[in-house]
Design a protein around this ligand. Sequence first.
Ligand code: ADP
Length: 694
Amino acid sequence: MRVSQSEAGGRDNPPPSPRRWSRRWALWVLLVALLAGLLSTLVWLAGRYESSRVQSRLEQDATQTATDIRAALTRNIQGLQALQAGSPTPDAWRISAAEMLRERREIVRMEWRDAALETLAHVETPYRTSVFERLGRASSQTDVALACAAARRLSGPAYSSSYFQPQSDGLGLEVMDMCLPVLTAGQLAGHLVATYSLPDILSELVGKQLARDQGVAFTEADGTRLAMYGTPSRGSRAYVAQHLLDLPGNTMVIRLESRLGTPDLFPNLLTALVTAMSMALVAVLILLGRDMRRRLKVEHDLADALAFRKAMEDSLVTGMRARDLQGRVTYVNPAFCQMVGLEARELLQHSMPPPYWPPEQAQEYQQRQASRLAVGATLPREGFESVFMRRDGTRFPVLIIEAPLINAVGKQTGWMSAILDVSEQRRIEELSRASQDRLQATARLATVGEMASLLSHELNQPLAAISSYATGSLNLLQSAASDAQPLPHGEDLQVAMRRIAEQAERAGKVIKSVHDFVRRRDQVREPIAPRALLDAVMPLVSLQARKLGVRVLMHVDETCGPVLCDRTMVEQVLLNLARNGMQAMQGAAQPAEKVLTLRVRQAASNAQSRWVEFAVIDQGEGIAEKVAAQLFTPFFTTKAEGMGLGLSLCRTVIEQHGGFLGFEAAQPRGTIFTFTLPVAATATALPPDTAALS
Ligand code: ADP
């Protein structure tokens, strides 16, 4: 994988530290030095091998040269012996000797001497003037005598030591005599002496086989050069091989010289091979260096890509989890650890089942995992919902999306899952469902409101009629009372009629305020003493109390100031609460004496406003927890004939006054419903709307 700079978000490679740089350089320098050392050693060894090869060839050549010379000299001896065949006369000998001299250029003079070394006949080589021309043959008589003495002693050929003969052309010639005793019937009959020219031995016997860069010379044991042939060309190196030429009576050294051409780059195949290999090695080294640089760059890029990926994984809010084919967790990202409240180490080291499976569902999850493994790589991508457990044991819903984990060779090694914590989503869904329910209830409430509005409109007329009939009847009763014959129970009737008129009027007001409430018209708020509110509802409460056998008690704190409220609505609230309280005391297990207490007292106050608390206390069965949760929900009722709207309306009314309606359990039994209303003096200071909304 190659991640380009732009893919990696334009991050720069960090420059390597100077220490690392110098270490890397030092390594390279060491490697190059080693290689250079190795190569030069190889070249040097190859050179040495080459020179030793040249040397040994030269040695062989020197040996060969000595052998050749010796063989040629032996052949000459045989030639000389052949001259004596058939006891020739000196003249005949001279002819055949001259013949031989023509063939053997290395021999410059041949002599036939008698036993006393007196010359019987002699022949000079036809190729040069006589070598003894300047000094005369007598000058070398001693050498001849010595050689012949040795020959006689050895009964075979013997050589004299070489000696210098100056020549008439100003130069000189190193010559050597060979004496061969001539025996006739075992008696010394004379001597054959052949004078060899050393330079000619070299040129005639050896010269033809010599290479161009070789030279050969005769030297004495101390290195004095006697004769030489061929001048080796100038070269950087001279090779010398010496070999002893051991002749009877004389020992000389053959010195073979050879020079290598100046500087020969590829002296031979081996050196060429070594050089070629060295060059190949250097090339490989360069390629290796380049490859290493490329690798380093790729490594850097890879490290960058990994760091980038890690940062990405760490910043994810989605939990990531990888599992092998046995279901064991092999990787988790920080988001997943945070989700389940466990450390990555704990998750990776844990055996099956994993610690985030709720124990009660572990078996089900195990089966689910087995079935998913059976499905293999064709798992659908939609995801599924599950429940995981945090470290503290709390469960939370998650959405899991799984995908097969395929390795570099295309084999599935496990599963990679993305896990979303959906608790918040579920909570929001729940809230939205609840608000949906409330909306429906509100819609129904609106319908009820519409109906109430219609009813109030319809009821207004009969109530007005009742009221005017009652007023008419009252007038009639009053005029009858002033008559001479008053009606029996006239006064009672008058009271009853007045009550009918009052209640009809009150009903009219109730209907009007309900109508206003439904229509959300501005309610008329007025300061009114708390006791006046209780007194207003008392007749109706007492009526019902009598029916249900309840005793009504009133505790009013007279120090409470007047409250600011919509009188009719608050009276309705009081009536509703009192009716509920009395109905609650109608169950089977009720105390002998049922008491309903209406209490008014100062409530907690703050700097801006003061409040009066109204309480309706019953001794009924109390409110169960389940009922309490829905108490203020519209249309919730436990009564067969109930509407379930009372408490919900009461709360709305109180809250519109800025107050609070609540309840609590009474001791030893029963329930206390309380609500608060603002005290008039402070409330008037506030705009009515603010008070209503606060
Ligand atoms: P309704 O009176 O028409 O049922 P409400 O909203 O006034 O409607 O009351 C709702 C329910 O609250 C009643 O059905 C009753 O179960 C319960 N409840 C109200 N007041 C009391 C009380 N004082 N003691 C026990 N339960 C009560």
